[in-house]
Design a protein around this ligand. Structure first.
Ligand SMILES: Cc1cc2nc3c(=O)[nH]c(=O)nc-3n(C[C@H](O)[C@H](O)[C@H](O)COP(=O)(O)O)c2cc1C
Length: 249
């Protein structure tokens, strides 16, 4: 028996996602922010550890400073609300200290906090989108996490990961196509290398139209990705996370 897919508003919202990078000056009301954060918190969290904190950056001078940190992204000032997502093991460390137990911040705890924070952030982004706001993640803050830490005065075990701009869209960009589902999902294993490369080339055909609409004809996804990891990205990050208490063991 085949079951029909019950297409609904949630799926429609998710499938219509695109990052918004230009905003009107409309502020995001506090009740929308609280609702989106609460929805974010309902994301699954490993063993309910909830290893994240969110900084709502409202200070105009701080917002200005984030432009430079994130490589000239003026949307961090121009958006209706700007947030910094942090991995946060401080609660766990303080509780362990209080009862005299060790608190091991190792690769697994680091992964847990990054996964938890990311699930939280994505839920929060969807909640904002459902309320009519546009969002964009800002990984650019990792250009200089020491500057983020100094600016926000973050203590040990609280590490900034990425930012998020939220605001009323002042643009209507084309949605960016993703790989077909069959490229991403296989039964009981993954495809061989030759098939992977064939799927990447097929994706370029799909992206041609998108790049054309964006006035970037001739660009290809494969061409961009071939060089994307040519150099180690942000190699200073290891030392930064170590300075926050993470040990790679
Ligand atoms: C962790 C993360 C960091 C990102 N950092 C930036 C950023 O610094 N600036 C930016 O304009 N977009 C940023 N993005 C948005 C991506 O470029 C965007 O999601 C991707 O190109 C797909 O486009 P779409 O979201 O419109 O579908 C980031 C996305 C993620 C998930």
């Amino acid at each position: 028996m085949t079951r029909s897919l019950n297409v609904n508003d949630v799926l429609d919202l998710m499938l219509a996602h695109r990052s918004i990078r230009a905003y009107t000056d409309e502020p995001v009301p506090q009740d929308h922010i609280k609702a989106a954060v609460a929805a974010g918190q309902k994301a699954a969290t490993s063993s309910n550890i909830q290893t994240y904190s969110l900084v709502h950056v409202t200070d105009p001078a701080m917002r200005e400073a984030f432009i430079e940190i994130s490589g000239g992204q003026e949307k961090v000032r121009d958006c209706g609300a700007f947030f910094v997502m942090c991995a946060d093991m401080r609660r766990h460390r303080l509780l362990a200290d209080r009862c005299g137990a060790p608190c091991e911040e190792n690769v697994e705890s680091f992964l847990l906090s990054v996964i938890d924070a990311s699930l939280f952030a994505q839920n929060m982004a969807l909640a904002f989108e459902s309320l009519g706001w546009g969002t964009c993640f800002i990984g650019g803050i990792r250009n200089n996490l020491n500057a983020v830490q100094d600016l926000l005065d973050l203590p040990m075990s609280v590490s900034p990961l990425f930012g998020m701009t939220v605001g009323k869209p002042a643009e209507d960009p084309w949605p960016r196509p993703r790989f077909p589902v069959d490229t991403i999902m296989q039964a009981n294993g993954v495809m061989d290398d030759e098939a992977v490369l064939a799927q990447c080339d097929a994706y370029d055909d799909l992206m041609k139209d998108y790049y054309l609409k964006r006035g970037a004809s001739g660009r290809t996804w494969c061409g961009q990705m071939e060089r994307f990891f040519e150099q180690p990205k942000r190699p200073h990050l290891r030392a930064f996370f170590e300075s926050k208490g993470v040990r790679w063991r």
